[in-house]
Write a new protein. Sequence first.
Length: 191
Amino acid sequence: MGNSYVSNALVFLVQTFFGFLLLAVMLRLMMQWARASFSNPVAQFVVKATNFMVVPLRRVMPGFFGIDIASWLLLIALQAAELSVIALIFGAHLSLPALLMMVAVHLLDLILTLYKWAIFIYVIMSWVVRDHYNPVQTLLHQLTDPLLRRARGILPPFSGLDLSPIIVVVVLQLLSMLLIAPLSDFARTLG
């Protein structure tokens, strides 16, 4: 019984360590997709926090048609390492197809989760913070605007009320329920 406590503590530490690395690299990629300003202090922090991992990889794997191959490979490797270490802690064995499928599922889930949180924080900040030069608010606007703009095309703001964040979060949640959950179950069957 005591062994499970130690295992759970080790899993927590592994998930925390890899979680920060995965979050930073994913934010870097999201900023690239959204063409966010890298002169933003928050963006500069993310870039500096990930450069020690990305820059050496870029020497070996340069970008291709604007796709940051080095960051993608790093993200995949970090997620695979996290899942493998957790499997080792519990004495489980993951087959290569199961590992690759679980990596894809976890990364898709991370993207959806980050966008949901970014939209939520951006909406709350838009109610509270009136400083349009706030670096966090500016970065969140740059990250979420491509999604929110598409939703505004479906349901434009009326009477000063913008429902696009609700539409986007509902769609992201539906994707989590209808895409991520079945793919996760399928990855477990490959295990």
